[in-house]
Design a protein around this ligand. Structure first.
Ligand SMILES: Cc1ncc(C[n+]2csc(CCOP(=O)(O)OP(=O)(O)O)c2C)c(N)n1
Length: 245
């Protein structure tokens, strides 16, 4: 019995009894914010950062299409090296911002990356853990888009390919585990399968660079691959951290 109910009497007790009787209906409010990468990484980043820093129990799901999709495919800070987009006609020259790492730096934000068809179980785990975590959560989902120049009827296969080649690593960072003395970072995707270049060339936003600027394309593809492999290696080191030291 709740403490307030035990102490109350008269009218107050009747009211509290009534509320207690319907306690099952007083569900925890579930609050989710949905947005694209242009919003989350770029023009809305200040607001997103403020919300994450608030410590409030709020969940954010970012559909990362790696461009501003709705306005026609402009480059955002989520656009990776070598991708052709508006304002990056000869391929983006600098790497994709690691929004997840920035959010992890708070230490009290639940962070996960997901890829729907690559690992449905991991997606469900991330959504459930974010919902259960009593603080801010950020989930970043790889989201194939018409601007990528792919067959959109096969977009789920594309997500799986992205994860398997190390283009889109999957992880979950759960601050609650830190309090238990455990490693908060879990890497959920396997060692890249060596098909990174093949993956890039399967999308017109990358392959078109080869036709227009062949030498530059070679350089940017290599750079993109090196950056992605370094990012995967960094995540693996995080996942293998010895928390007792
Ligand atoms: C503050 C602000 N600036 C610009 C716009 C115009 N605008 C509408 S949709 C959009 C693209 C958003 O891109 P993204 O967040 O990546 O979402 P996606 O279209 O990819 O789902 C922009 C710039 C806006 N709505 N609000």
């Amino acid at each position: 019995m709740p403490a307030a109910l035990a102490k109350a009497d008269g009218d107050v007790k009747d009211r509290l009894d009534e509320i207690n009787e319907f306690a099952d209906y007083l569900e925890k409010k579930s609050i989710w914010v949905f947005g694209g990468d242009g919003w989350a990484y770029d023009i809305g980043f200040g607001g997103l950062d403020h919300v994450l820093a608030s410590g409030e129990d709020i969940n954010v799901l970012v559909f990362d299409t790696e461009v501003y999709s709705n306005t026609g495919g402009q480059s955002s800070k989520a656009t990776p090296t070598a991708a052709v987009a508006k304002f990056a006609a000869s391929g983006k020259k600098v790497r994709k911002k690691d929004l997840g790492m920035m959010a992890m730096s708070y230490g009290y934000v639940y962070v996960a990356t997901v890829g729907m068809s690559a690992n449905m179980n991991q997606l469900m785990k991330a959504l459930t853990e974010a919902e259960q975590y009593k603080g801010p959560s950020l989930i970043i989902a790889y989201s194939p888009c018409i601007n990528h120049g792919i067959n959109m009827t096969r977009s789920q296969d594309e997500i799986k390919r992205a994860v398997d080649c190390g283009y889109w690593p999957l992880y979950r960072y759960n601050p609650e585990l830190t309090a238990e003395g455990k490693n908060p970072f879990a890497l959920d995707s396997k060692q890249p399968n060596g098909k990174f270049r093949e993956f890039l060339l399967g999308q017109v936003r990358y392959s078109s660079l080869q036709r227009q600027f062949p030498e530059l394309a070679e350089e940017l593809y290599s750079q993109a691959e090196a950056e992605a492999m370094a990012r995967y290696a960094m995540y693996r080191r995080l996942a293998e951290m010895d928390m007792s030291k």
